[in-house]
Design a protein around this ligand. Structure first.
Ligand SMILES: Cc1ncc(COP(=O)(O)O)c(C=O)c1O
Length: 451
C-alpha cells in the first residue's frame, strides 16, 4: 500500500548483464560475502515507507500517530531506525516490549496487544509506563486492574472491539470476525467499557480495532470504521464515556507482484499492474473522514506496509530436476526462512540476481525442507536457472524472519542492512551447534567439522 518511490530500492542495473541491486549494492555481492539464505534490507525504503504513511496522514491536518507493529519484523537495528524516525511501537510480548524500549521508542508511544498477556508481561508494561494496553477480554481487564492496584499505579486501557467484518484476506490473517478469537464483540463491548470505567486502577483511554492483514480492498476498512465510530458515539451519548484515542490497527495490503520489472523477466500473469491494492492516499481518504467524526486522536498500527517491501530474501539454487509433470528448482531456502507461501499460499515475486537471455520455463521453486508445503513459488514462469545461480524472494521483510524457525535443525539466516553504497550485518547467522544445543564439550568435539 506504500506509494511508489521515484527509484525503487530493489531494481535491476542498466548493464548489458543486468544485476539486481538493493539501493546501490549488487545483491550477488552480498550473497557471495554472507552466503545464503540471507535477508537484505534497504534502510532508505524503511524510512520512505514510514514517511509516506506519516505524510499521508498529516495531509489530513488532524492529530494522529503511526505505531509500527513490531511483530512484522523485530530486528533491533530496524527498530532503532523506526524509533529514531519518530514512530510508535505496537508490541505483543515481553520480548517485543523490551526490544522496543531498548531501541529507543518512547514508552508513551508503546501499545501492548495480544489475547494472552501474562501477569509478568502486564507487570513489565505497567512498570515501563506504556501508552496503553489493547485489552481483549473482560477477564483481562480484571487481571490488569488487580496488578495495577498491587503496584499502586493506574493502567491505561484501550478496549479491542470485534466489528464482525470480513477482511476478505486469507482466513488465517483475518481477525475481525465473530469466529476469530480477537477483541470483544460489539454487543458486549459496552459492558467492558463500563466495567473498566468503574475500576479505579484502570483509566479508559481508547478503543482498538484491527480486522486483519494484507487487506486489499477498502470496503472492509470502511465497514469497520463506520461501526467503530457508531459505537464510540453511542458510548459517549448513552454511557458518558469519553475516549482520547481510536486505534484503527494495521492490515494495509501491499503489492507483492511486479515489484521489480525488467524486459527479460517473464510477464506477470495478472498483467503489468499486477494485483489491485489501494494506495495509501486512497486508504486514508476512505477511512479518515469517517474516523475523524469521533474527534479522537487516530492511531494506525501498520507492520507489513512499513517493512515488507524493504527486504529481499536471497537464496541459491542447489539443484534442478524434472519429471513428466513438473520442473523443480531446489534452493537452500524455504519455509524455515519464509513460511508465508506455505502458511497462507502467499505470492512472492522471485527474481534472479543476474539476468541472462534465454527461454523461460515454468517451475516450482522449492526449499530443502522435508515437507511438501516447502515452496517459495509454484508453477512460476522464470528465466533460466541452474545450480549456483542466486535468486531474490521479494517483499520478505514482514513476517519473514519473525516467523522463521529451526525446523530440520536449520540455523536462522543472517540479516544485512544496506544504506546507499554501504552495508552491514545486523544479525549474524545462527550457529548450527547452538541451535542443536550442544554442550561446550560437544562443541569442542565438533569444532573441526563446523569450522
Ligand atoms: C493488533 C495488530 N495490529 C497491527 C498488526 C499489523 O498488521 P499488518 O502487518 O498487516 O499491518 C497486526 C498484525 O496482524 C495486529 O495483530
Amino acid at each position: 500500500m506504500t506509494d511508489v518511490l521515484d527509484q525503487q530500492a530493489f531494481r535491476y542495473s542498466n548493464d548489458a548483464e543486468p544485476q539486481l541491486l538493493c539501493e546501490d549494492v549488487p545483491l550477488s555481492e552480498l550473497a557471495r560475502e554472507f552466503s545464503t539464505p540471507l535477508y537484505v534490507y534497504s534502510k532508505r525504503q524503511i524510512i520512505e515507507n514510514l514517511h509516506a504513511f506519516d505524510a499521508t496522514l498529516k495531509a489530513s491536518g488532524k492529530e494522529h500517530y503511526v505505531s509500527y507493529a513490531v511483530k512484522a519484523n523485530s530486528n533491533i537495528e530496524i527498530l532503532r531506525i523506526l524509533a529514531e524516525e519518530g514512530s510508535g511501537a505496537d508490541v505483543v510480548s515481553a520480548g517485543e516490549l523490551l526490544a522496543a524500549l531498548a531501541a529507543g521508542f518512547s514508552p508513551d508511544k508503546i501499545t501492548f496487544d495480544g489475547t494472552g498477556k501474562t501477569d509478568r508481561e502486564i507487570e513489565l508494561a505497567l512498570k515501563a509506563n506504556i501508552h496503553a494496553f489493547n485489552v481483549e477480554s473482560l477477564e483481562e481487564l480484571t487481571v490488569i486492574n488487580n496488578i495495577a492496584e498491587r503496584l499502586g499505579v493506574r493502567a491505561k486501557v484501550s478496549i479491542r472491539v470485534n466489528p464482525d467484518v470480513d477482511a476478505k484476506s486469507h482466513p488465517y490473517i483475518s481477525t475481525g470476525m465473530k469466529e476469530n478469537k480477537f477483541g470483544i464483540d460489539m454487543e458486549n463491548a459496552r459492558e467492558a467499557f463500563i466495567y473498566a470505567s468503574k475500576h479505579p486502577a484502570l483509566e479508559v483511554v481508547g478503543i482498538h480495532v484491527h480486522i486483519g492483514s494484507q487487506i486489499t480492498s477498502l470496503d472492509p476498512f470502511i465497514k469497520a470504521a463506520r461501526s467503530t465510530v457508531k459505537f464510540v458515539n453511542s458510548l459517549r451519548v448513552k454511557s458518558g464515556i469519553v475516549l482520547e484515542h481510536l486505534n484503527f490497527g494495521g492490515g494495509q495490503g501491499i503489492h507483492y507482484r511486479n515489484v521489480v520489472k525488467h524486459p527479460l523477466l517473464p510477464k506477470d500473469e495478472l498483467g503489468e499492474e499486477g494485483e489491485y491494492v489501494p494506495s495509501l492516499s486512497e486508504f486514508v481518504g476512505a477511512v479518515l473522514p469517517i474516523l475523524d467524526q469521533t474527534g479522537l486522536k487516530i492511531i494506525f498500527e501498520p507492520g507489513r506496509a512499513i517493512i515488507a517491501n524493504a527486504c529481499a530474501l536471497l537464496a541459491s539454487v542447489l539443484y534442478t530436476k524434472s519429471n513428466s509433470l513438473k520442473k523443480f528448482v531446489i534452493t537452500d531456502t524455504g519455509m524455515t526462512e519464509l513460511i508465508r507461501p506455505c502458511l497462507y499460499e502467499a505470492y512472492h515475486q522471485v527474481a534472479p540476481l543476474e539476468l541472462h537471455q534465454g527461454s523461460t520455463q515454468r517451475v516450482d521453486i522449492v526449499g530443502p525442507i522435508c515437507e511438501t508445503s516447502d515452496f517459495l513459488a509454484q508453477s512460476r514462469e522464470m528465466p533460466p536457472l541452474k545450480r549456483g545461480d542466486a535468486i531474490a524472494v521479494l517483499c520478505a521483510g514482514a513476517y519473514g524472519y519473525t516467523l522463521a524457525s529451526n525446523y530440520n535443525l536449520r540455523p536462522r539466516a543472517a540479516e544485512v542492512l544496506v544504506d546507499g553504497t554501504e552495508y552491514r550485518l545486523i544479525r549474524e547467522r545462527e550457529k548450527v551447534e547452538d541451535v542443536a544445543g550442544l554442550s561446550e564439550k560437544e562443541k569442542a568435539l565438533m569444532a573441526s567439522l563446523v569450522s
